[in-house]
Ligand binder design. Sequence first.
Ligand code: SAH
Length: 212
Amino acid sequence: MTSQRTRERLIQRLSEEGISNPRVLGVIRGTPRHLFVDEALAHRAYEDTALPIGHNQTISQPFIVAHMSEVLLQAGPLDKVMEIGTGSGYQTAVLAQLVERVFSVERIKSLQDRAKERLIELNLRNVVFRWGDGCEGWPALAPYNGIIVTAVAAEVPQALLDQLAPGGRLVIPVGPAGDVQQLMLIVREENGFSRTVLGAVRFVPLLNGSIN
Ligand code: SAH
């Protein structure tokens, strides 16, 4: 079930659904998603679906990972990208192969520790991790050319806008937890921010504070 054919079917499906960036498709093809879920779920790892990873959290659906990565990269290559919500580390691993450096913030320490181990196993070394509340971003290392948030916020956290470099791109789901949410692209322009609604999505909530 984790065979090359199963993986190829996922790539086929993603391109049918509109993912067209060949680098993104190539990276998803080469990233072993079955290593990011519990062994008992490994046989479902190449289905285009979110799966539980413990602590009431989920590994994002491959289409969403591909779509968010594609939108982030649409205006050209990025060197510094901050990710809020490391979770299993799957989106982190995909990003690490598409941009120069990834700064990943997670509020649940045990999830992040496991994600770190997986990235080391895969020899992805251009990622640094921070355990903390991603609503505050990671100001010490700002600004970022790209920011990606993998949990839904009622409103876009001001700190993330503040930490966006000129021309920088923020991809974030916005809306009420458990109801219709919109994926947004926010770009820091010369005079303020432009906002584009990309479509309806469903994410777990962005929560305050950090826990073990
Ligand atoms: N991209 C991850 C998705 C994980 S689900 C993956 O594919 O595995 C969303 C993650 O966001 C969870 O791990 C959750 O703990 C984390 N999260 C929620 N609120 C957060 C916050 N304020 N700061 C950092 N991480 C947060």
